[in-house]
Design a protein around this ligand. Structure first.
Ligand SMILES: [Ca+2]
Ligand SMILES: [Ca+2]
Length: 114
């Protein structure tokens, strides 16, 4: 793009191929995207990274959060204490990207099934 671009444009697409499940943080370091503002302002300079959760949707997430070999009140307590605050992917039992009553319902159902 020798002449640059104007307005909203898709500049690139990055495809990531995860090697394992878990969390990954992606930061844009040493990357320049310069505005054609006469000063060459790097518009990525203030861009924060993002953290992604890589999950295997073919495998149900474990509900035994305290790893005591059973799903029970202790696990429910752990989930409830994590419903607010920072998102933790391993408590997201329906893998919808958020923690909420659906995840709690799944956990209660699993605890009653054991
Ligand atoms: Ca447990
Ligand atoms: Ca969820």
């Amino acid at each position: 793009m020798d002449d640059g671009c104007w307005g909203e444009n898709l500049l690139t697409t990055i495809l990531f191929q995860p090697k394992q499940t878990g969390q990954v943080t992606i930061n844009f370091a040493d990357v320049l995207l310069l505005a054609n503002d006469g000063q060459g302002t790097n518009i990525l300079e203030d861009m924060a990274g993002a953290t992604y959760s890589i999950v295997d949707k073919s495998q149900p997430l474990s509900s035994d959060f305290n790893e005591d070999g059973k799903v029970g009140l202790a696990d429910i307590s752990i989930l409830v204490s994590n419903l607010t605050g920072e998102y933790h992917w391993h408590y997201d039992l329906n893998q919808d990207g958020q923690l909420g009553l659906v995840d709690l319902s799944i956990l209660i159902f699993r605890s009653m099934s054991e």
